[in-house]
Design a protein around this ligand. Structure first.
Ligand code: HPA
Ligand code: ZN
Length: 330
């Protein structure tokens, strides 16, 4: 058994995945044509040639532009279904998918359209592929807290209809200059409503944002969190409370959070006893889906079967699945 096949066969959850970040260039062109949208790139190759990022913002600019081809329910379905097929090929048994409604509602797409397309694919993945999923409605942190409240308000009427899927709230987009404190009230409201809470923190932003996400927003899981290493007391807190960090190695290289994969601190965090797992973030933009993230990281950092086993088990234990469902896979 090759290490890749060994890892493929490990039951794994993916907990940090933006569905808009799974939109592959060929589907962007197909949807642009279907929806009669003119793209600023003549062909797929020239679009892909633009995937040369210098930081988070340079990626986000392209990511939001790409998502502009999503208009109809079928578009959201097609994008999501393509991800579920990739997930199945990589041995993913459960996935918690972030989506950015504001990216779509700001263009006049109805909240219901976004939910309906993603949910139809998720339910079909459950019945046909045996992959379970939850949805994480994520606020764009470069927009105001009032805008986040509006978004939550627009989505709440759909809560019952999608209660099997929509269980959590998240926070993504431009981190620097948009600290967790900006969203304290909307997170408090989400908590009162019974949502599980996650937030991106400590990707480009400082370790203090990880601290604030935990203390001010009350999140139970941190997306990225790799900059926590700069704060020894925070590191100890993360260890003591087994706070999950959803680390995304290929993303961190593409967005220059680390210079190269062999400089990545995943192995260090794992050896210190942090509750880390591996994720793909925006695989259509960052050059690999989940299994590629595991394998390229294993290669660069010398991860052995025992490490890979721990990372896969961590992903299931850090998921929002009820304990008995986690146990089924562990
Ligand atoms: N960070 C912040 N926002 C994002 C990301 C990310 O890695 N991917 C999609 N939106
Ligand atoms: Zn992310």
């Amino acid at each position: 058994l090759s290490l890749r096949e060994f890892t493929r066969q490990l039951p794994k959850a993916e907990l940090h995945l933006h569905i808009e970040g799974t939109l592959e260039p060929d589907l962007i062109f197909k949807l642009a044509q279907r929806n009669q949208i003119t793209l600023p790139y003549p062909d797929q190759a020239s679009l892909q040639a633009a995937y040369q990022f210098t930081d988070l913002q340079s990626f986000l600019d392209l990511y939001y532009a790409g998502a502009g081809v999503l208009i109809h329910e079928q578009d959201f379905f097609d994008m999501s279904w393509a991800y579920f097929l990739r997930a199945q090929a990589d041995g993913i048994v459960h996935t918690e998918i972030m989506f950015d409604p504001q990216t779509h509602t700001a263009r006049g797409v109805a909240m219901e359209t976004v939910f309906a397309g993603i949910a139809r694919a998720a339910r079909q993945a459950r019945s046909e592929l045996g992959i379970s999923s939850y949805l994480i409605l994520s606020f764009l942190r470069h927009l105001s807290e009032a805008d986040a409240f509006e978004t939550l308000k627009a989505a709440l009427p759909l809560r019952e209809q999608y209660a099997d899927l929509w269980v959590a709230i998240g926070l993504d987009s431009s981190e620097k200059g948009n600290p967790p404190a900006k969203f304290e009230k909307v997170y408090a409201h989400g908590r009162e409503l019974g949502f599980r809470l996650v937030a991106h923190a400590g990707e480009e932003g400082p370790a203090s944002y990880v601290r604030d996400a935990l203390q001010l927003l009350n999140v139970e899981r941190i997306d990225h969190g790799v900059r926590s290493q700069d704060d020894p007391a925070l590191m100890q807190y993360l260890i003591d409370h087994a706070i999950p960090l959803t680390v995304c190695p290929l993303s961190n290289i593409k967005l220059k959070v680390f210079d190269s994969l062999d400089q990545h601190n995943l192995k260090h965090l794992l050896d210190r006893g942090l509750n880390v797992c591996v994720n793909s973030d925006d695989p259509a933009y960052f050059g690999g889906y989940l299994l590629d993230n595991y394998m390229q990281t294993a290669q660069a950092l010398g991860l052995q079967e025992a490490d890979l086993r721990t990372l896969a088990a961590n992903s299931l234990r850090a998921s929002f699945l009820p304990k008995e469902k986690q146990q089924f896979w562990l």
